[in-house]
Write a protein that binds this ligand. Structure first.
Ligand code: KG4
Ligand code: ZN
Length: 353
C-alpha cells in the first residue's frame, strides 16, 4: 500500500489530496480538497498570476491545517506540481511541499501538471487503461496527442501550432460576451444552438499529421461576429455561434484522434484536461472511437476534469516506484515551462525498463 499527499497550485485552483494505491494496484482517492479562485479572477476577465499566488498562500495552509493530518503520519511521499503553469502560483505549492518533505523527512516527487491530467483516467474504474495508451490532452494551455507505452513513458504525436483548444473556447466566449472562464459557458449555451448553423473551418484537417490549429476557427468567428454585430444581442444567434464553434473544435479533436488510433493502434484512449468536461466532446469521442475501432475510451470523472491534487498524487503513486523520480527537497524548483517529459534534465525521471 502506497499513500501519497498531492499538492497542486499551477493556476487558479488550490488543491491538496491524499491518494493511495492498494496491493492490487487500484487507486483510491481518500481526500481531495479544491479551493477555486474563479470568483476572484472573474473580476479581471482572466487569471492574474500575483492574485492567484496570494490566494494559494491563504488557501494552502487552511486546507492542510483543517483537512490533512499535519504530522504526515502514514504518508509515504509528497507529490507536487512542478509545472507547467503560472510562475508565482506554482512557487507556493512547490515551496510548501519542500517544507513539508523536509520537516516530515519524506521523499518529494516533482510532477508535470499535464501528466497529472492524463492520470485522471486511472480513477474511472478498477480496470485501468491498458498500454499502449493514446492520450488526448485538451486544456487551457495545451492540446496534444501523446502515446504512452508504460508508466512515465511518453511520445508526443502531435500538438497545437497556435492556440490551445481551451484557450479558443475562452476567447470565443469573450467575443460573444460570456464571462470567464468561457469554456463551460460556451458548452451550456451550445446546448440550445444549432451546430450546423455556421460552417467554421476545421484547422489542419486536410494535413496528414497529428498537429492542431485553432486560431483559424477563432478568427473566423470574430469576422462573422463583426459582420453580424446587430444580431449579437439575440440569444438564439449566440447559441448557434457557440454550437457551431464547438462542433468545429470537437470535429477536429475527434478526427485527429481517430487518425492517431489508425496509425498507432493503442489498446486504450484517454481524454484529459479541463476541456474533457465538454459534454459534446465526451460523447463524440467515446461513440466514434469505440464504434469504429473497438478500443475503449476512458473519460475522466467530471470532478477530476478541473485542476485537482488527486491527479498529481496519482502520478506520485507510480513515480515513487522509480528511484530516479524521488529527489531531495532542496533540488526542486518550480518550472513554469515544464514539458510533460520533464525539461530539467537533472530531475528528468528515467523510464523504468
Ligand atoms: O486543464 P485546465 O484547468 O487548464 C490547464 O491546465 O491549462 O483547463 C481549463 C480550460 C479552460 O480553457 C476552460 O475554459 C476549459 O478548460 N473548459 C471547457 C469546459 N470546462 C472547462 N471547455 C469546453 N467545455 C467545457 N465544458
Ligand atoms: Zn490543468
Amino acid at each position: 500500500m502506497t499513500r501519497i499527499l498531492g499538492i497542486e497550485s499551477s493556476c487558479d485552483e488550490t488543491a491538496v489530496a491524499i491518494v493511495c494505491k492498494d496491493e492490487v494496484g487500484v487507486l483510491h482517492v481518500e481526500k481531495s480538497f479544491i479551493l477555486s479562485q474563479i470568483k476572484e479572477h472573474a473580476k479581471y476577465g482572466g487569471v492574474v498570476p500575483e492574485v492567484a499566488a496570494r490566494q494559494h498562500l491563504e488557501g494552502i495552509f487552511a486546507i492542510l491545517s483543517h483537512e490533512i493530518n499535519p504530522t504526515g503520519e502514514n504518508i509515504d511521499a509528497i507529490a507536487v506540481t512542478q509545472g507547467p503553469g503560472l510562475s508565482p502560483a506554482l512557487r507556493v505549492g512547490v515551496e510548501t511541499a519542500k517544507a513539508l518533505a523536509w520537516i516530515w523527512n519524506k521523499p518529494l516527487l516533482p510532477i508535470s501538471h499535464m501528466e497529472g491530467h492524463i492520470y485522471t483516467s486511472w480513477f474511472v474504474t478498477k480496470k485501468h487503461p491498458e498500454f499502449p495508451v493514446l492520450a488526448l490532452i485538451v486544456s487551457g494551455g495545451h492540446t496534444e496527442l501523446i502515446l504512452m507505452t508504460g508508466h512515465g513513458k511518453y511520445e508526443r504525436l502531435g500538438e497545437t501550432l497556435d492556440d490551445a483548444a481551451g484557450e479558443a473556447f475562452d476567447k470565443v466566449a469573450k467575443m460573444i460576451g460570456l464571462p470567464y472562464p468561457g469554456g463551460p459557458q460556451i458548452s451550456s449555451l451550445a446546448e440550445q444552438g444549432n451546430p450546423k448553423a455556421y460552417d467554421f473551418p476545421r484547422g489542419l484537417l486536410d494535413r496528414p499529421d497529428l498537429n492542431f490549429s485553432f486560431s483559424g476557427v477563432k478568427t473566423s468567428v470574430l469576422y462573422m461576429l463583426r459582420k453580424n454585430e446587430e444580431k449579437l444581442s439575440g440569444e438564439s444567434f449566440r447559441a448557434d455561434v457557440a454550437a457551431s464553434f464547438q462542433e468545429a473544435v470537437v470535429d477536429v479533436l475527434v478526427r485527429k484522434t481517430q487518425r492517431a488510433v489508425t496509425q498507432y493502434r493503442p489498446k486504450s484512449v484517454v481524454l484529459s484536461g479541463g476541456v474533457a468536461a465538454n459534454k459534446a466532446l465526451r460523447e463524440r469521442l467515446k461513440n466514434d472511437i469505440e464504434n469504429t475501432f473497438k478500443v475503449p475510451v476512458f473519460l475522466p470523472p467530471m470532478q477530476y476534469t478541473v485542476d485537482n491534487a488527486a491527479m498529481i498524487a496519482a502520478v506520485g503513486c507510480y513515480k515513487i516506484q522509480n528511484p530516479s523520480c524521488v529527489v531531495s527537497p532542496f533540488e526542486v524548483a518550480s518550472n513554469p515551462n515544464l514539458d510533460i517529459f520533464g525539461s530539467n534534465l537533472e530531475l528528468n525521471c528515467k523510464p523504468q525498463v
